[in-house]
Design a protein around this ligand. Sequence first.
Ligand code: E4P
Length: 218
Amino acid sequence: MKFFIDTANLNEIREAQALGVLDGVTTNPSLMAKEGITGKDNIMRHYKAICDIVDGDVSAEVISIDFEGMVREGEELVEIDEKIVVKIPMIKEGIKALKYFSSKGIRTNCTLIFSAGQALVAAKAGATYVSPFVGRLDDISTDGIGLIEQILTIYRNYGFDTQVLAASVRHPMHIIQCAEVGSDVMTGPLSAIEALLKHPLTDIGLEKFLSDYKKGNS
Ligand code: E4P
């Protein structure tokens, strides 16, 4: 399973990249705003800065909600760097844009997926990735991981190349569950990735190994 980090924070991206297990970055307009990145030029520069750090795909989201606007923005975004994947919202105009970009060989990530039907249409339109929002579904007592499993079954049934990118991942159990059901990618915060490394028995064991070494070597 590929690990993407869901942030626009350059320090977090550097830290995740340095860990050596990062496969890409996803951003969205809220994450950019959280970092105080505003205005088209600054936003474009920030995407370039992210691309310069990460060794993998970088999802950059369009703001337009009409076909022409999405095409215009997407074509500008992919000029920034070859790592850019154009993130398109799951709306009717977005489906047309997915189809357009796929016919031009431009990679896309269809975002705001909350149902299997939406994922099916996005795959038919040629999306490179679909982003079902696991955490936001769990927030409303709906089975987010169950949706990942359902989409994977549908894609397998028909041999779609579209990759399932489990988004809105909030904690380490989400990551483990995504891996169990075979999600192609997960995107989440650095804290969730780092939490995977932790176990109290590891800490206790290491402390004992080091104190025993000290005793024998002092
Ligand atoms: C998807 O790519 C989104 O950026 C993201 O995963 C949304 O997560 P949230 O529900 O934690 O905002």
